[in-house]
Design a protein around this ligand. Structure first.
Ligand code: AHM
Ligand code: MG
Length: 330
């Protein structure tokens, strides 16, 4: 006999509120409101991603961003959606976006106590083909002596209070950590709510998948490990990390002779994903590791908002194997 459908629906808002109640008087509700603003942006972006082909949102906007990447129309729109919503939440002080050269310092009348670093639409090269893309975000609380400047975000990833991503694929999945584990929520389009579907995600200590861009192997030299891994590489960090969190294995974007610091950006790509990888680990006691190959990603102190770093993350044992033979590109 088929099991009756569950009547227990846990929405993201309910889950985050519950977390806030757990903190008692210490919680002001500001982070909850900020996370509400972020989930609304994800719903809005998800809708536009779905409709993109139909409403002429495919293709380039005609500009390049600070990293030299061609901006797609959806990149620009997603950035505007996030900036507007985060500013209007009244809970933010400093915003850093992959699409904007400078940090946005929120004007005093709308200012709150949190800083958000984000890539509004990651995996842009996949947009036109309708392949999975996503939004990545990390959240810091302003410094206690904050002057409300870029200094509030030039801090190690270990100081983030929350991080997550939303993957726009066959469904929209929001994966979030507020520092005590990782939970995944799936958007129920009919309800318009993210529903808890992946409670307490745990990355397996050893996986069977490796996820690197083999096209770059001409500039990367690494010895054969002899292990029969399956290769899976989507080219959208959100999708490649999402699979790694659920199935285990290793995702990497190394430095190479051409890109001495790799491709991925530290603040809004590497930090949030490293935060989630380490948080998805409690049962297996550090089941997940995120490293540049030589040091823990979350310990890096950023010098500038768009700096890059090499990234290897995933199952502890797979990443440890890599660290044994990894040497930085010269
Ligand atoms: P983007 O922010 O311009 O989309 O670039 C970041 C993306 C990541 O999602 C992904 O891991 C990587 O670039 C893929 O790069 P490549 O196409 O060189 O393999
Ligand atoms: Mg990106």
């Amino acid at each position: 006999m088929e099991a009756a459908p569950s009547s227990e629906i846990i929405t993201l808002t309910r889950h985050v509120l519950h977390d806030q109640m757990r903190l008692g008087a210490a919680a002001t509700g500001d982070l909850t409101l900020l996370l509400t603003a972020i989930q609304v942006t994800s719903k809005f972006i998800a809708t536009n991603v779905r409709k993109a082909r139909l409403i002429n949102l495919i293709g380039v906007a005609g500009d390049t961003n600070v990293s030299g990447d061609e901006q797609k129309k959806l990149d620009v729109l997603s950035n505007d959606i996030m900036v507007n919503s985060l500013r209007a939440s009244g809970r933010t002080a400093v915003l850093v976006s992959e699409e904007l050269e400078d940090a946005i310092i929120i004007e005093e009348k709308n200012r709150g106590r949190y800083c958000v670093v984000f890539d509004p639409l990651d995996g842009s090269s996949n947009i036109d083909a309708g392949v999975n893309i996503g939004t990545i975000f990390g959240i810091y609380k302003v410094l206690s002596d904050s002057k409300c400047s870029v200094e509030d975000v030039l801090r190690p990833g270990s100081e983030m209070v929350a991080a997550g991503y939303t993957m726009y694929g066959s469904s929209a999945n929001l994966v979030l950590s507020t520092g005590s584990g990782v939970n995944g929520y799936t958007l129920d389009a009919a309800l318009g709510e993210f529903i808890l579907t992946h409670p307490d995600i745990q990355i397996p200590p050893r996986g069977k998948i490796y996820s690197f861009n083999e096209g770059n192997s001409i500039s990367i030299k690494y010895p054969a490990s002899g292990k029969p891994y399956s290769a899976r590489y989507i080219g959208s960090m959100v999708a490649d990390v999402h699979r790694t969190l659920l199935y285990g294995g290793i995702f990497g974007y190394p430095d190479d002779k051409k890109s001495k610091s790799g491709k991925l950006r530290l603040l809004y790509e590497a930090f949030p994903m490293a935060f989630l990888t380490e948080q998805a680990s409690s049962t297996f006691k550090a089941g997940g590791i995120a490293t540049t190959g030589t040091k823990r990603i979350l310990d890096i102190v950023p010098k500038s908002i768009h700096e890059r770093c090499s990234v290897f993350l995933g199952s502890k044992e797979d990443v440890q194997d890599l660290m044994k033979f990894y040497t930085p590109a010269k």
